[in-house]
Design a protein. Structure first.
Length: 327
């Protein structure tokens, strides 16, 4: 049993991670400023003796005692990270310095949640960890992309200079229950539109591809990376099976039984045309690869969104459906 801090713990990934860690017996300190996280994601844990919630922004120093830290604090959807781009890059820079400082003081191992966005619009496909990326440093997505690249550099410099035990995970598109239905990402957008019978908005010609990893698989890979001693990373964790935007839209229409039509709109600036992980390292070091099929994961997510609609729990403004749908 360990005492583990999870920053961003009330978010989509953080709340699933906490469930897994508590189930194996760990004590959890969940830290979240609730900018994109939701208390409903952790409400079932309130009152659990293994769980403590602290409402706190990591841009300010954090003083707790712990054995491990999972640093997931940062808006991850285009709608959220472009809403306040300066705040986003401060979370990845100043916030990461503060969390690394906590790890140094406590002699705690830290796993930092990086992203496939560090590869930008890649010139190499699929993307191995050795690829340095193709990122626009001043574009509309740069607050997130470059912020995450800064955070990776900070982690490695704290590791080299101060001996902090770090693990770097590069997360590729992940989906599942507790994902904000209006957060501007493609799975949530398409399901939301299909369930409402609205036109499904595909940006570009629909030929651009993504790889979609179900949340349970992602969390398994994250915990395995944290607990191994062979590598600091970075390590790609994602599903290497590519799906085009048009294929995804058609699959969701079929699974929901919707009468929605697919309509095309111009591709947003700097939206990558391909994104797919090379997971050779994860297979070799962790013995990990995803196991949940896309159709099953989508059905689980559709069922969750249906339950939200039945309870009129919409979360955010539906205008968010029209932002950066390929994420």
């Amino acid at each position: 049993m360990a005492t583990i801090v999870v920053t961003g713990g009330a978010g989509f990934l953080g709340s699933h991670l906490i469930d897994r860690l508590i189930a194996r017996g760990d004590d959890i300190i969940c830290v979240d400023n609730l900018f994109t996280g939701r208390k409903d994601n952790i409400r079932h844990l309130l009152g659990n003796s293994q769980f403590e919630f602290i409402r706190h922004d990591v841009v300010n120093p954090l003083f707790v005692e712990c054995d491990q830290i999972y640093n997931l604090a940062c808006p991850a959807s285009p709608v959220s990270y472009q809403y306040n781009p300066i705040k986003t890059i401060k979370t990845s820079s100043v916030g990461t310095v503060n969390v690394l400082g906590l790890a140094k003081r406590c002699n705690a191992r830290i796993l930092h949640a990086s992203t496939s966005e560090v590869y930008g619009d890649p010139a190499i496909h699929p993307q191995p960890e050795s690829y340095w990326g193709h990122v626009n440093p001043i574009g509309p997505r740069s607050c997130y992309d470059e912020g995450k690249r800064i955070a990776e550099s900070l982690c490695m410099n704290y590791h080299v200079s101060h001996g902090v035990e770090v693990r770097l995970i590069r997360i590729f598109n992940t989906y599942g229950p507790r994902m904000d239905p209006n957060d501007g990402r493609v799975v949530s957008n398409f399901i939301n539109q299909a369930l409402r019978g609205q036109d499904i908005t595909v940006y570009g010609d629909g030929g651009q591809t993504r790889s979609f990893c179900y949340v349970d698989d992602l969390i398994e890979g994250m915990i395995k990376l944290m607990d191994q001693d062979e590598t600091t990373g970075p390590m790609n964790i994602g599903n290497p099976i590519e799906t085009s935007m048009r294929e995804l839209a058609d699959t969701i229409i079929q699974l929901t039984g919707s009468q929605s039509r697919v309509v095309n709109e111009p591709l947003p600036q700097d939206d990558p045309t391909q994104r797919c992980p090379d997971i050779t390292l994860a297979k070799k070091v962790l013995g990990w690869q995803p196991s949940v099929l896309l159709e099953q994961g989508l059905q689980n997510t559709i069922d969750y969104y249906r339950s939200l609609m039945e309870n009129n729990d919409i979360w955010t403004n539906s205008s968010h459906q029209h932002c950066a749908v390929s994420r």
